[in-house]
Design a protein around this ligand. Sequence first.
Ligand SMILES: Nc1ncnc2c1ncn2[C@@H]1O[C@H](COP(=O)(O)OP(=O)(O)OP(=O)(O)O)[C@@H](O)[C@H]1O
Ligand SMILES: [Mg+2]
Length: 294
Amino acid sequence: MNHSNEYDAKEYFQKIYERPVILEAKQLSQVFKHDKIERTVLNKIDLKIHKREFICVIGPSGCGKSTFSRVVAGLDPYHSGEILVDGEKITGPSPERGMVFQGYTLFPWKTVKENVMFGPLMKGASNALAEANAREWINIIGLEKYENQYPHQLSGGMKQRVAIARALVNEPKILLMDEPFGALDPHTRQKMQKHLMDLWQNIDITIIFVTHDMDEAILLADRIVALKANPGEIKEIIEVDLPRPRNFDLIQTAEFKRLKEHVNHLVHAQEDELDPALEDLPKIPRMTQISANK
Ligand SMILES: Nc1ncnc2c1ncn2[C@@H]1O[C@H](COP(=O)(O)OP(=O)(O)OP(=O)(O)O)[C@@H](O)[C@H]1O
Ligand SMILES: [Mg+2]
C-alpha cells in the first residue's frame, strides 16, 4: 500500500484519464497545395487531451507541430477529420484557446497594461474591469513595475511573460504555446519554465506546448506527443512518470535520463523522414576575399 504522499504514476495517470476530454482530434488531416501539388502534412491524427493536462508536442523540424497548433488555435482551416473542444467543432479562433506563439507578438504601440487589457475589452468589459483584470495578471507575472512600458522597452523574457498574461487574462480553457521560450537564454528559459509550472499547478488550464528541447518537454509534460514527419503522424505518446512538483535537480536523475534517451531516440531516429527542404541544402559559395585558408 502507498503512503498518501508517495507518488504513484499509475494512479496519477488513471486520474488524468478519468477527467473529461477537453480536446479531441479525430482522424485530423492537414493538406497544403502548392503549385497544384498536394502535400499531406498531418495525416489522420487521433488524440485525446484531458482537462488540466500538460501536453508537450515534439518532433523533427517540419513534422507539422506548428501546423497542428494553428489548427487548434483556429487560425487555419483543416483538410479533413475533426477537431473538437469540449465536444464542439473548432471553427475559428476563440478566447477560450489562448495563444503564445513565438512569432505572435505584442502590439508594439500599446503598453504592457494596454496589451493585457485588450482581450477583456474585446469581450465587452468596461475599462475599469479590464484594467483590474490586467493588473491582476501583470502582478502574477511580476511585471507591475513595467505596466506602462512599451514592448520595445522589455527583454525577451518579459515580453513572453506579457504574452502569457495577455492570453491568461481571458481565462482560456486551453493555452497553446508554440516554442514560446525558444529565443530565451538558458537562465531566463529555466525561470520561465518554473513560472509556467507554478501557474499551471494553480489554475484550471490545459496546456499544449510545442518544443524542440527534450529537457523542457520532460520537465513540463504529463504526456509527450512525439510526431514523425512526412506526413506528420503520432509516433508515440509518452507518459512522463516523474513526480510533481518538479524542479531542475530532476534533470540529473537516472529516471530523467532514461526518459530523455527514449525521447531522443524517437525524434532523432527519423533521418529518412526529415523535412524535404532540409535534404538538399545548397553548397555555400565562397564570398570572402580576406583569406584563402580560413
Ligand atoms: N501555409 C502553408 N502552406 C504550405 N505549406 C505549409 C504551410 N504551413 C506549413 N507548411 C509546410 O508544412 C510542413 C510542416 O510545417 P510546420 O511549420 O508545421 O513544421 P514544424 O514541425 O512546426 O517545424 P519547426 O520545428 O521547424 O517549427 C513544412 O514542410 C511546411 O513547409
Ligand atoms: Mg514550428
